[in-house]
Design a protein around this ligand. Structure first.
Ligand code: ATP
Length: 241
């Protein structure tokens, strides 16, 4: 379980982007984060992934106080919480399988990228994850021959292959046609149900959020103004975002 208490983020010499964010994320929960452009959605995900420094607040993951533990705490977050940016990059000239096994651009040692060498248990883990994403028939297709939705699902497999328990994903369905978007969101929901992975996804589309997410958290001007579970948003609530 992830607990965030009073997270604030002030850009040095710039605006206050997040204020007093308190949030508990349960295992297996699918949370959609909604809000207008500039409300702080991406910053919230980056803070949870420790890609941005917190100005203040406390952060516990499975009872471990992340900031009190220093490097050990950071390593726990990197191990257990995967972050996927909007429109993730794949190696176009490598197969889907290689993309999952060799890891993300910028996170893979150059010699592994250069040689493409993988261990057999990495290979099995990657095939397993690709199968869970329903893309086993695409495992040997090159990255640049995959559709937008397939690329997103392979990037999700890559983010989760090392055993992360939480996936933070920024706009997983932006630019996808409705059919591809539905597949991506169904995969995310299935990962929540079967693997008990928690998903926090920035989503603009209210209808998709209501259909697939268990819970909708709404941001306005860096503050949580909505946190609802198991029901649709009222018209008044929609107007808050
Ligand atoms: N490094 C930075 N320096 C200054 N301002 C920043 C920085 N990073 C983010 N901001 C500001 O913080 C606010 C929140 O940004 P964020 O990217 O989280 O918004 P968002 O809700 O994800 O928006 P969108 O839906 O358009 O992607 C914005 O006003 C943005 O301009």
């Amino acid at each position: 379980m992830i607990r965030v208490s009073q997270l604030s983020k002030q850009i040095p010499g710039g605006p206050q982007v997040l204020s007093g964010i308190s949030l508990t994320i349960e295992p297996g929960e699918f949370i959609a984060v909604k809000g207008a452009s500039g409300s702080g959605k991406s910053m919230l995900l980056k803070c949870l992934a420790l890609k941005e420094k917190w100005t203040s607040g406390s952060y516990t993951v499975d009872g471990v106080d992340i900031f009190a533990k220093g490097l050990q705490g950071r390593l726990k977050v990197h191990r257990e919480i995967a972050y996927l940016e909007e429109k993730p990059t794949l190696y176009g000239n490598r197969t889907a399988l290689k993309n999952v096994t060799i890891g993300a651009v910028g996170q893979t040692p150059f010699w592994r990228r250069f040689t493409g060498m993988v261990r057999s248990d990495d290979y099995m883990g990657a095939m397993d994850m690709i199968e869970k994403m329903g893309l086993i028939d695409k495992a040997h297709q090159k990255g640049d021959k995959l559709s937008g939705g397939e690329r997103q699902r392979i990037a999700m497999a890559r983010a989760l292959v090392h055993g992360a328990k939480t996936l933070l994903v920024d706009e997983p369905v932006s630019g996808l046609d409705p059919h591809a978007a539905e597949q991506v969101l169904s995969d995310l929901k299935r990962m929540c149900r079967i693997q008990q992975i928690s998903v926090v996804a920035v989503m603009h589309q209210g209808d998709w959020a209501e259909r697939f997410a268990d819970r909708i958290v709404g941001l306005n001007n860096g503050e949580i103004v909505l946190d609802i579970k198991g029901r649709r948003m009222t018209e008044r609530e929609k107007n808050l975002l």
